[in-house]
Write a new protein. Structure first.
Length: 277
C-alpha cells in the first residue's frame, strides 16, 4: 500500500474512488469535505485514519473490483462497533472515477503554503529553535549580525540570513508572517521590533522577562506605535513551562505556541490558498 499526499498535482490514470466526508456529527477525527482517493494499491490523502479509514478503503476497493456501482454512501457511527471511541458519526460518499482528474474536477484542494517564520538571533535559543523546526510546517529564516553564529549549524530547509543591521531588512520581509525576536542585544531587539510593528504580521514574540516587556512596551509606544498593536507582542514568548532556563525546553514552548496560533486561524489567509482542480 502506498500513501501519498493529496494535492492538485496528482496524476493517476486508472480506476480510482473518491471518498468524501459529507456529514459530521459529534466528535470525529475528520472534517466536513475531507477527501481521500483510493486505488487498488495507492491512497492519496486521509480522512482521519483508524478503523474508519480502513473500512472506507476496503469498501472503495470493492467498488473498483466490482465496477458496477458508481456511487455509495456509508453511514458510520464512531463507536465500539468499529473499535473507536470518538462518539460521533460520519457520512462518507464514495464515487468511482476513471482517473484522478475526473475525481477532483469539481473539488477544492487546500494547498498548505508554509507560512514564513523569521527568527532574529542565532544564539543558544535560536539554535535550539532551528534544530527542531526542520520538519515543522514553516518556511524558516534565521537572521543574525554575527556570521560565526550563523555558521554553527547547517540545517536543511532553514534559510540563513546575515545582516550587520538586521532591523534594516525587516521592511523587505513578507507581511503576514511570524516574527520571533531574541538577539544578543536589547538595543537590537528594540530596533527590530520598531520595524516589525510597521508591517502587517500574524505573530510577534519577544524573549525576555516581564520587566523587559514593560520597558519595551513603553518605549515602543513612545516611538509612536499604537498601544493596542504593541500589546500584541508576546513577552515572555512561548507556553508556560515554569522557570525553566533550558534552551531546548524554551524552544519547544515557543514552537508549541506558534503551531497553536497557526492551527487556530479559522480563515484562509496568505498561508492557505484554495485552488480549483
Amino acid at each position: 500500500m502506498y500513501l501519498k499526499k493529496l494535492s492538485k498535482n496528482i496524476s493517476f490514470n486508472s480506476k480510482i474512488v473518491k471518498a468524501k466526508i459529507i456529514e459530521v456529527k459529534g466528535s470525529s477525527p475528520n472534517s466536513l469535505d475531507d477527501i481521500i482517493l483510493i486505488s487498488t494499491d495507492t491512497i492519496f490523502g486521509t480522512i482521519g485514519g483508524g478503523n474508519l479509514e480502513y473500512l472506507v478503503i476496503d469498501e472503495a476497493r470493492k467498488l473498483i473490483v466490482n465496477n458496477n456501482i458508481a456511487n455509495k454512501v456509508m453511514n458510520i457511527p464512531l463507536g465500539p462497533g468499529i473499535g473507536q471511541c470518538c462518539g460521533g458519526y460520519v457520512q462518507v460518499k464514495l464515487s468511482l472515477h476513471n482517473n484522478s482528474k475526473d475525481a477532483l474536477k469539481d473539488e477544492y484542494i487546500v494547498n498548505n503554503v508554509k507560512p514564513n517564520l523569521y527568527i532574529f538571533g542565532s544564539g543558544h535559543i535560536g539554535q535550539a529553535l532551528i534544530s527542531k523546526l526542520e520538519n515543522i510546517n514553516f518556511n524558516t529564516f534565521i537572521i543574525d549580525s554575527r556570521e560565526d553564529y550563523l555558521k554553527m549549524t547547517n540545517i536543511k530547509d532553514i534559510n540563513y540570513l546575515l545582516s550587520k543591521k538586521p532591523w534594516e531588512i525587516v521592511s523587505k520581509l513578507e507581511d503576514n508572517s511570524y516574527f520571533i525576536v531574541l538577539t544578543h542585544s536589547h538595543d537590537y531587539d528594540l530596533k527590530i521590533l520598531n520595524e516589525i510593528l510597521k508591517k502587517n504580521n500574524t505573530f510577534v514574540g519577544l524573549i525576555g522577562s516581564l520587566t523587559k516587556k514593560k520597558r519595551f512596551y513603553k518605549r515602543l509606544i513612545d516611538n509612536g506605535h499604537n498601544k493596542s498593536i504593541v500589546e500584541k507582542i508576546e513577552c515572555p514568548i512561548g507556553i508556560d513551562i515554569g522557570n525553566s532556563k533550558d534552551p531546548n525546553e524554551i524552544a519547544f514552548s515557543i514552537i508549541t505556541r506558534i503551531i497553536s496560533i497557526k492551527n487556530s486561524l479559522k480563515h484562509l489567509s496568505n498561508n492557505k490558498i484554495k485552488e480549483v482542480i
